[in-house]
Design a protein around this ligand. Structure first.
Ligand code: DNO
Length: 347
């Protein structure tokens, strides 16, 4: 298992020098952010990211994410061009030593929180999700913005896009995902790249848009579309954990041979859908992080892990969820769990 840290590229205010000083982190998780979804990434940029990471004593092994163009998720005829570009990106990234590509299949929006800085008792800030506030949120007028959202759309384009999804049921979205995977997984196999679909975050539909990577059934169904380990998942504890009927241990076991990447973070749920992101340790939230990591390892997990979002602590400000300090604490906590779990096996 290798511990990674997300870095938002050369424009990130958090530097590779800082990341290098987190004692347990060896891998950078990043992406080319200057290319629009659906396009072929610039080889020069990939190569300079790889060499800059290497010169800081880090490896650039995991891409999060190569975004999937909406035309693919919508199953439009133009999907073919974007799928060809996706294949080119897989080949390009493999040539530069990338081992794992994380992606998601959530229509229009990536992860969602309604509150970006809830003040905790200790004075730190957390991201939170309040379902009632989300229900009253209109994506066409809201100014909410989260890292990972494609904000290149005009309001008119966004309206058209939301409209285009009116006929896309969950089943239709599964069909479109199947088509995509059947096309790209053979290329990933040929290039020895593991594809790892991220859990929908949170794992339920919103704004009338379908979401399908939400449960143990989803993991099984995903795995059956192309029966090869390269067709894998990113197990995200905080995303699956937000749905309280999900049994995370069962999900890990079901996805064991397909889990190449794991996002570990903790949450505290306050009613059926509301939750707040907490510090990583088990005692700070509802999730038993020891049990989750132990189940992953006991079931053969040997992929990449990264601390997921962190709170803002010690007066830090920055990209929601992606400050330095709390994520660094998360990384060392994960390393501590890993040491305890693996040593207790041989002693
Ligand atoms: C949230 C992240 C997600 C993730 C994408 C993967 O912080 O885990 O934005 O990167 O959904 O495609």
């Amino acid at each position: 298992m290798k511990i990674g840290f997300r870095w938002y590229g050369f424009k990130d205010s958090i530097t590779l020098t800082q990341i290098r000083q987190i004692p347990v982190v060896s891998t950078i998780v990043s992406a080319v952010y200057s290319s629009p979804p659906g396009s072929v990434w610039g080889e020069d940029e990939i190569s300079s990211m790889v060499s800059t990471c290497n010169s800081h004593g880090l490896n650039f092994d995991v891409v999060e994410s190569v975004p999937v163009h909406e035309d693919i998720k919508l199953g439009r005829e133009t999907k073919k061009i974007h799928i060809e570009n996706y294949k080119k990106n897989i080949r390009l990234l493999a040539r530069h030593g990338i081992k794992c590509i994380c992606y998601n299949f959530m229509p229009v929006f990536d992860w969602l929180r309604s509150e970006l800085s809830v003040v905790n008792k200790d004075g730190s800030n957390s991201l939170a999700y309040v379902h009632e506030n989300v229900l009253s949120l209109n994506p066409l007028t809201s100014s909410l913005s989260l890292p990972g959202w494609d904000e290149s759309y005009t309001k008119k384009e966004l309206k058209e896009l939301l409209n285009a999804y009116k006929d896309v049921t969950q089943e239709k979205l599964w069909d479109n995902l199947s088509y995509f995977l059947t096309e790209i997984i053979p290329v990933a196999i040929e290039c020895s790249i593991n594809m790892a679909i991220h859990t929908d975050d949170p794992p339920w539909s919103m704004f009338g848009l379908p979401r399908i990577i939400t449960s143990v059934e989803s993991v099984k169904r995903l795995a059956s579309i192309v029966a090869h380990p390269a067709n894998g998942i990113t197990f995200c504890s905080g995303s699956f954990g937000a749905e309280q009927s999900n049994n995370l241990v069962e999900i890990i076991k079901a996805g064991a041979t397909r889990t190449h990447f794991s996002h570990l973070r903790n949450i505290k749920c306050s009613n059926s859908k509301d939750f707040i992101e907490t510090a990583h340790p088990s005692m700070c939230g509802d999730l038993d992080m020891y049990l989750l990591l132990k189940t992953l390892l006991d079931n053969g997990f040997d992929g990449y892990v990264r601390p997921d979002h962190g709170r803002m602590i010690w007066g830090e400000t920055g990209r929601p969820g992606y400050g330095l300090y709390d994520r660094a604490l998360g990384a060392t906590y994960i390393a501590g769990l890993y040491e305890a779990i693996t040593k207790s096996r041989v002693i």
